[in-house]
Every structure is written in structure tokens, then in C-alpha cells.
Ligand binder design. Structure first.
Ligand SMILES: CC(C)(COP(=O)(O)OP(=O)(O)OC[C@H]1O[C@@H](n2cnc3c(N)ncnc32)[C@H](O)[C@@H]1OP(=O)(O)O)[C@@H](O)C(=O)NCCC(=O)NCCS
Length: 384
């Protein structure tokens, strides 16, 4: 598929009535059409790389699923979701994520894998921060430095996407109405030291993304955001950041409020598409975690899910994926979503263990606790 030019429509060989259009690199639209070309249902797909600590997971993103009202309740969306999974698996994705409407995607094997974090800081508190560095609107020529800064500052942050050198912030700025404002803070040598993507919302001033490499850059951005929020008439600012983000920690000393939502069957949901590939992609982070814990034991973990089974052979701080169960392995029975929740740090091992249908032998728990520590990760904007 990848060799087709952007905008080309081709028939998917494996399923009649579904067309795929390539909309750009690693970006597609799947449409269900009849032989006259009438569209019954459509969905947009992307392929990204998402970080889980030091690992990069090939991740599919689903958005814009739509069936026109006259064609609803005839099974078109279900058929297209199944085709989307098949398509993304063929593109090499081992998991898939989406931002879900409530009560719908469970039927396609999805569960909630990220909480929603909202940080609120009063505008007057932000205005107390010292403006140590210059803050200005971003220019086109800042883009490569901004992408580099984003990747550097988030290099081990679970839930962030790897942005290629040609990725452009204009995508995010123009996503949503009104378009955002991208503020850049420069250090004394006039190098980009941080940025904040801000926009006005109905009820508050919203900072969609913020990255900076020093505390003076944090202070300067806080002051600049506060100034713009005051100018727009808002007495508080909503930052979209996870609780362990360094800017969020900085805001705690200004006085901050958190809202953390754990949804049921809505918002940041995901599922595994390819179990062996998923475990193999996690290997660098597994080995880092084993090394950090000083683990020196030898064991085999065998994961049995509704998608099939796969194993991990651990010797000291090395972890190797194995396709066949070894005689002395610990058998762990759990759903593919429970495994994804563990891998993304959404749930603890002890919480997953008490779920119906999950079987984790006591002897395997210490290994799993090293491999799957909890982490306050946030859902990436997969369609970016
Ligand atoms: C959601 C939507 C895509 C479903 O399309 P569809 O072609 O009617 O779906 P299907 O016929 O395949 O129905 C699948 C199942 O979902 C259920 N369902 C349909 N729309 C639903 C909704 N909005 N909320 C919850 N469940 C819904 C159906 O009852 C059916 O249930 P069943 O499998 O138990 O019989 C369609 O209603 C739509 O386009 N809505 C507006 C856009 C939207 O919200 N998209 C989702 C973006 S995340």
C-alpha cells in the first residue's frame, strides 16, 4: 500500500466493497461503498510510533468513524472496524488507539488505557512567575528546532508519539477552532528553549501542549500564558499535562488544581492487534526495567489472551520473546486489554490480578511488578 501516491484510491484485495485512499505518509481513509460509489461508512487511519519508556511501539490510530444516518444500524461500522484492524495489522501496527464516544468500542475489543489529566492554574498565579527569557510567536523556521525539542524532552515519556524531522506543528495549531497560538521561549543565545500551544475555549484558556528544557523557560512560559489568558478574559488556565510532567511540578508551587478522570468505556481506549509483535517491541523497556531493578533471576512468562499466546524468556536483565511455551514457564491468563493496560502503566499488577478471568500465579507477580510499574501516561493525539 505504501507505494501509492497520496490521494490514490485502490481496491483492498482482501475485502470487496472497501476502498482505501492514501492521504499522506502512513495516513489512510477506508470507505465502504457500493458499486455505484455511494459511501456507507468511512474511517481515518494512521500509523505512528508511540513511546513506552525506551520502547517504540508501532501504533495504529482510528478516528472519524462515520456512517450517514440513513445507513446506520446495518452493521457497516462494525465491518469497517474489523477491516481497519486487519489493515493496520498488515501495516505492522501491534496496538491501536482511539478517542472513543461512550459505550461503543468495547464491542471491537477496546478498553480504557489512559486516564484524562487536567491541570488548572489561576491566571493571577501564573502572572507571578518571573519572565526571565523572551517569549514570542513561533515562526516557520522554528519548526525543526521545536520538533527536536519535543522529541528530546519526551524521549522516555510513555504515551508520547515519535515525531519525524519533517513533522509540522501547523497540524496541531490548525486542528480545532479557533486555531491555536504557538508561543516560543528563546534562551540567551536565542535558541528555542520551550514552547506552548494555546487556544481560547468557551470556559477557560487552554494549553494543549507545553514542552521546555529549563526552569527559566517554564517560568517565562507561565508568565506569557498568564498574560494571554488575562488578555482573553479568563481567570484560569487549563493545561493538558500528566501529573509527573516537569511543568506540572513547577505549577504546584504556584498553586494548582488537578482533575483526573478514569472513564468506563469512553475516551482514551486501545487494544492489542498483534501480541508477539507487541511483546517484541516492548523489549528495550523491559530490559531497562530489569536492569534498573537489579534482577538476576531466570524465568519464563507465558501470556495467554483471547488473541493467542506468546512468551517472554528472562535471563538476568535480558528479555527474549518466545513463540512456544517452555515447560517451567509461569502461565498468565488475562485479556489482551488487561495486558495493554499493564504495559502502559494504567493498572497495577495487583489490581489486574483481581479481575474476573485473570490468573496470575503468586510466583509470577514479582516479575510482573518489575516489568509493569504504574505510570501516569496520557493519551497521545493519534490523528496529529
Ligand atoms: C457510531 C456510528 C459510526 C455507528 O455506525 P453504524 O454503521 O450504525 O454501526 P453498526 O450498524 O455497525 O452498529 C454496531 C453496534 O453499535 C451500536 N451503536 C451504533 N451507534 C451507537 C452509538 N452512537 N453509541 C453506542 N452504540 C451505538 C449498534 O446498536 C450496534 O450494536 P450491536 O452490535 O449490539 O447490534 C454512527 O452512529 C455514526 O456515524 N455516529 C456519528 C459519528 C460518531 O459518533 N462516530 C464515532 C467517532 S469516535
Amino acid at each position: 500500500m505504501a507505494e501509492h501516491d497520496a490521494g490514490t484510491t485502490i481496491r483492498l484485495g482482501y475485502r470487496s466493497g472497501i476502498n482505501v485512499t492514501r492521504d499522506g505518509e502512513d495516513r489512510w481513509t477506508l470507505r465502504q461503498v457500493d458499486r455505484h460509489g455511494e459511501e456507507f461508512c468511512r474511517v481515518d487511519l494512521v500509523k505512528k510510533r508511540m513511546r513506552v519508556g525506551r520502547s517504540r511501539i508501532p501504533t495504529g490510530g482510528v478516528s472519524g468513524l462515520y456512517t450517514p444516518p440513513i445507513h446506520r444500524a446495518k452493521g457497516y461500522a462494525s465491518c469497517l472496524m474489523e477491516a481497519s484492524h486487519d489493515f493496520l495489522r498488515r501495516q505492522g501496527c501491534s496496538i491501536v488507539l482511539l478517542n472513543a464516544i461512550p459505550g461503543f468500542y468495547h464491542r471491537y475489543g477496546y478498553d480504557v488505557v489512559f486516564p484524562v489529566y487536567r491541570l488548572f492554574v489561576r491566571t493571577e498565579r501564573l502572572l507571578q512567575a518571573r519572565r526571565l527569557l523572551n517569549v514570542r510567536r513561533a515562526r516557520k523556521r522554528d519548526e525543526p528546532a521545536l520538533v527536536k525539542l519535543y522529541n528530546q524532552c519526551n524521549r522516555y515519556r510513555t504515551g508520547t508519539l515519535v515525531r519525524n524531522a519533517d513533522w509540522r506543528f501547523t497540524r496541531l495549531v490548525d486542528y480545532g477552532r479557533p486555531p491555536g497560538k504557538l508561543l516560543v521561549v528563546e534562551d540567551k543565545r536565542q535558541w528555542v528553549a520551550g514552547y506552548a500551544l494555546c487556544r481560547t475555549r468557551r470556559d477557560c484558556y487552554f494549553v494543549q501542549e507545553l514542552t521546555a528544557r529549563s526552569s527559566s523557560a517554564f517560568e517565562s512560559l507561565a508568565g506569557a500564558v498568564g498574560t494571554r489568558a488575562r488578555r482573553a478574559g479568563f481567570d484560569r488556565v487549563h493545561f493538558k499535562l500528566p501529573v509527573d510532567h516537569p511543568f506540572a511540578e513547577f505549577c504546584n508551587r504556584l498553586g494548582s488544581e488537578w482533575e483526573i478522570q478514569y472513564h468506563v468505556n469512553a475516551e482514551g481506549m486501545g487494544r492489542i492487534l498483534d501480541l508477539p509483535r507487541f511483546l517484541a517491541a516492548l523489549r528495550p523497556e523491559f530490559e531497562y526495567r530489569l536492569g534498573k531493578s537489579g534482577w538476576s533471576k531466570k524465568t519464563c512468562l507465558w501470556f495467554e489472551t483471547e488473541l493467542g499466546a506468546a512468551g517472554l524468556k528472562i535471563v538476568g536483565n535480558t528479555a527474549r520473546c518466545i513463540p512456544n511455551r517452555e515447560a517451567d514457564s509461569h502461565k498468565i491468563a488475562l485479556s489482551q486489554t488487561a495486558l495493554l493496560q499493564l504495559a502502559l502503566g494504567y493498572r497495577t499488577v495487583s489490581d489486574a490480578a483481581i479481575e474476573k478471568g485473570v490468573r496470575i500465579p503468586c510466583t509470577a507477580r514479582p516479575f510482573l511488578e518489575v516489568l509493569f510499574p504504574p505510570s501516569p501516561a496520557m493519551m497521545p493525539m493519534v490523528a496529529e
